[in-house]
Design a protein around this ligand. Structure first.
Ligand SMILES: C[S@@+](CC[C@H](N)C(=O)[O-])C[C@H]1O[C@@H](n2cnc3c(N)ncnc32)[C@H](O)[C@@H]1O
Length: 268
């Protein structure tokens, strides 16, 4: 198949990346043959994956709308991915037209695309960084110029923490973000879980681990541990599709519903 776009300089199109594989599930065009091959294998193991990803995006939109409705007008989106319909700044600005958003991703393709789409928007910034480098992110001039960390921030880690196995670096970074953000800040997470569909989830995890980076599903109790120090907003840690569903959201099937856990929590 002919590529619809040329790989930006320095990017290896033959090495699959989670950002571009995710773009495949969502029907995007910012992916290469190697990414599409992984997406096809993953969908063969778990046919509901595109539905799960669409439900994840719908959860992200509802969570951002909720937080903006609580008065938060600045967002730090870690593991933001390749911009797709209903990006964080678009959704936040429906509620807070002055909303400012910093998008962070480790993947150069996600960063290049975000920069080209957001060029000329003075209220968004894009930073290439590993979310484990919390010190570097929180002091990055692009972050400190746009976000006032003395005021509440919406911190988003949506469909990204499952790429980070348990480690002192992960726990340290999560603690650092929590302490650095002002009371009244919010954390949004969504995360793969193997609780309902262990066999297909294990197949998808193995595939990611072989071709790009480990994918680590977590249980409800693992996630409760990652959320320590935050106060869960009702309905708490839930299946993503059950977190304050909108009447207009397409109801996912059972597996699509169960494969992801999600939460919004407030910094007391
Ligand atoms: C499945 S996508 C999720 C995108 C978006 N948050 C969403 O839910 O629609 C995961 C993203 O996390 C990024 N990512 C993975 N590990 C990361 C890390 N350690 N630091 C920052 N970004 C990371 C990937 O490059 C990818 O763009």
């Amino acid at each position: 198949m002919t590529e619809s776009w040329t790989p930006p300089k320095g990017i290896d199109p033959d090495r699959p990346s989670p950002a571009r594989v995710y773009d495949c599930y969502l029907g995007g065009t910012h992916n290469f043959a190697a990414d599409r091959a992984v997406a096809a294998q993953a969908v063969a193991a778990m046919p509901q994956l595109p539905e799960i990803m669409r439900a994840n995006r719908a959860f992200l939109r509802r969570a951002v709308r909720y937080i903006a409705g609580e008065g938060v007008d600045q967002f730090l989106d870690l593991g933001a991915g390749i911009p797709t319909e209903g990006t964080v700044h678009e959704v936040a600005r429906q509620v807070r037209p002055d909303a400012r958003v910093v998008y962070v991703d480790v993947d150069p393709v996600a960063v290049i695309h975000s920069r080209s789409i957001l060029a000329g928007d003075p209220n968004t910034e894009v930073v290439q960084a590993n979310l484990l480098d919390s010190g570097a992110i929180l002091t990055d001039p692009a972050v400190t110029a746009l976000l006032d960390l003395d005021r509440p921030v919406g911190l988003l880690m949506v469909a990204v923490l499952h790429f980070l196995p348990d480690s002192p670096a992960l726990f340290g970074a999560l603690e650092h973000y929590r302490r650095a953000l002002a009371p009244g800040s919010y954390l949004v997470i969504s995360h793969a879980t193997a609780e309902s569909e262990p066999v297909p989830t294990a197949k998808v995890s193995d595939l990611y681990t072989k071709v790009s980076q480990p994918l680590v599903p977590r249980s409800r109790s693992d996630l409760s541990h990652l959320l320590e120090g935050w106060e869960l907003v009702e309905p708490g840690l839930s299946q993503g599709a059950d977190w304050r569903p909108d009447p207009g959201d397409p109801p996912p099937g059972d597996v699509g519903k169960l494969a992801t856990l999600a939460a919004v929590a407030r910094r007391p």
